[in-house]
Write a protein that binds this ligand. Structure first.
Ligand code: GAP
Length: 488
């Protein structure tokens, strides 16, 4: 079990060490928005790098993409977001606080990110005994109403032809919209995937637990296209691959589990869905979603073919989405513009899609919480972050033991050489013990100290963060030694 049991402790560690700050703090802060500080940005970048390496770089069947956040409004009509991406809310008549209806249950298990609005409506219960989470008033709610989750903005300077646009609520749709482009240019053959990491935005009704649920967040999504009939095999493949990724990067296995969605919980497009959950040591419910892996069938590509057929109607309607119905599906939809010609089978079809969709901020939080440790060392508490080397914000710190006898110059030379290969830190201030402790708390795997012996035999001490063991390594072997240990 992680050693941190209160959210406040992780929030204060993150602030103290420059991992994560409240956004716009000098103006009193902006709710549910966060900024990553010097150590935080390195950690988060490393989480993204590790995902990209595992999902794109190490595979021959996945290519990458980086789409724009603003997309044609019809994308969101076709995907169903403009009509269905909403939470069912009710407003407390006493304090005017709006709450998600599905979160009003006393033992609400906040498993699902969102419940499809039609399902939420159908499941609506009597609110007369529900308690307002803000003021505690019982049963004084308005009738439930949908609250749209996409942020709207206007594009264009002219009032007459400015267009309502949406900040994307998921990165996935940019991948579907580029399916044809990738197919035509990247010499890919089914089965293959398209991966993307980027920001998404949702005007969440309830934000919570620090960076766990925010209104601006980053996703790492893969759409893996395959022949219908092989989808269940690929679903199992990605389920295991994604679970193993978290374990390989150091999350303790006992803090991870799968949760398969029940049939009545599945999104209308999904044939199956499983969440990878992490046992966060705070908040309600503990087990919370890190990532969802869904079998989205051929739903999205078919919907975008309908979207493409709606384009003329949209022009006729002054480029306005209001009151536009999505065009029906062509009879020979399986031969449409987003179909795939299978060379081996000599047939055309719309591929099925398996989608592992991970939250970068959420994973970063889980890696932080899981890595945190405290231990007693000679009567003092040592706080440390036992990050996997691939995730550690700083890989090695270099110190002169004292600021004389040429030690700073030698240490600086070593530092200048190492930093060409990985992120390093140089520190000559304060007692050596305190410098070690500072790096322990930042999660730096190795500290290198230049001391009196260095001048005599060209060796330095290398201290291991986890065991605190120190060994001597010759300066000309140092880079190789560290690269082997850090796997960089
Ligand atoms: N394309 C599928 C999709 O977006 P999702 O379950 O809504 O599925 C995927 O989101 C992942 O994105 C979640 O498992 C979570 O890690 C992350 N995520 C979703 N909403 C979030 C929010 N408001 N704040 C932080 N992360 C979020």
């Amino acid at each position: 079990m992680a050693k941190i049991t209160k959210l406040d402790d992780i929030v204060s560690l993150c602030k103290r060490r420059g991992f994560i700050f409240q956004s716009s703090e000098i103006y009193g802060g902006l709710a549910s928005c966060y900024d990553y500080g010097p150590l935080g940005v390195e950690l988060k970048n490393n989480v993204k790098k590790a995902w990209w390496k595992s999902v794109v770089q190490m595979r021959d069947d996945v290519v990458g993409l980086d789409c724009s956040i603003l997309m044609h409004p019809l994308v969101w009509k076709a995907s169903g977001h403009t009509d269905k991406f909403a939470d069912l809310i009710a407003e407390c008549k006493k304090c005017n606080t709006r709450s998600r209806v599905d979160h009003l249950n006393e033992q609400a298990e906040e498993h699902t990110e969102h419940i499809a609005i039609d399902k939420a409506m159908a499941a609506v219960q009597d609110l007369s005994n529900k308690v307002c989470p803000n003021c505690g008033t019982v049963g004084q709610f308005t009738d439930p109403m949908p609250f749209k989750l996409m942020f709207e903005t206007q594009m264009g300077a002219n009032v007459d032809d400015s267009m309502t646009m949406y900040l994307r609520p998921e990165t996935a749709q940019g991948i579907f919209a580029n399916f044809r482009n990738v197919l035509d240019t990247a010499r890919v053959k089914l089965p293959f995937g398209i991966a993307q990491i980027g920001k998404s935005f949702r005007n969440e009704v309830t934000t919570k637990a620090f960076i766990f649920r925010t209104r601006e967040f980053e996703q790492a999504e893969l759409e893996f296209f395959c022949q219908p009939g092989t989808d269940e095999k690929w679903y199992e493949h990605w389920k295991q691959a994604r679970f193993n990724w978290y374990v390989d990067l150091g999350l303790k296995k006992e803090n991870l589990r799968f949760r398969e969605h029940d049939a009545d919980e599945l999104a209308h497009y999904a044939k199956a869905c499983v969440d990878v959950e992490y046992k966060f040591p705070f908040g309600s419910g503990d087990w919370q979603e890190l990532e969802g892996i869904a079998n989205r069938t051929d739903y999205d590509l078919r919907q975008h073919q309908r979207g493409m057929r709606t384009l003329n109607k949209w022009f006729e309607n002054d480029q306005d989405l209001t009151n536009i119905e999505l065009a029906g599906e062509a009879e020979d939809f399986h031969k449409g513009p987003l179909s795939y010609f299978d060379d081996e089978q000599k047939t055309r079809y719309i591929p099925y899609v398996i989608e592992p969709s991970a939250g970068i901020d959420r994973s970063t939080l889980a890696f932080l919480v899981d890595a945190y440790d405290e231990e007693e060392v000679r009567g003092e508490t040592r706080n440390l972050l036992r990050f996997h080397p691939a995730l550690a914000p700083v890989k090695a710190a270099v110190f002169p033991l004292v600021k004389r006898d040429g030690m700073p110059e030698t240490a600086k030379n070593i530092y200048n050489n190492l930093k060409k290969y990985f992120n390093c830190f140089y520190d000559e201030k304060g007692a050596i013990g305190r410098r070690y402790r500072r790096q322990d708390e930042a999660g730096t795997p190795f500290c290198i100290t230049v001391d009196g012996q260095t001048n005599e035999d060209n060796t330095v001490t290398v201290r291991d963060r986890d065991s605190m063991e120190q060994i001597r390594v010759s300066t000309d072997q140092l880079l190789n030694y560290l690269r082997e240990k850090l796997e960089v």
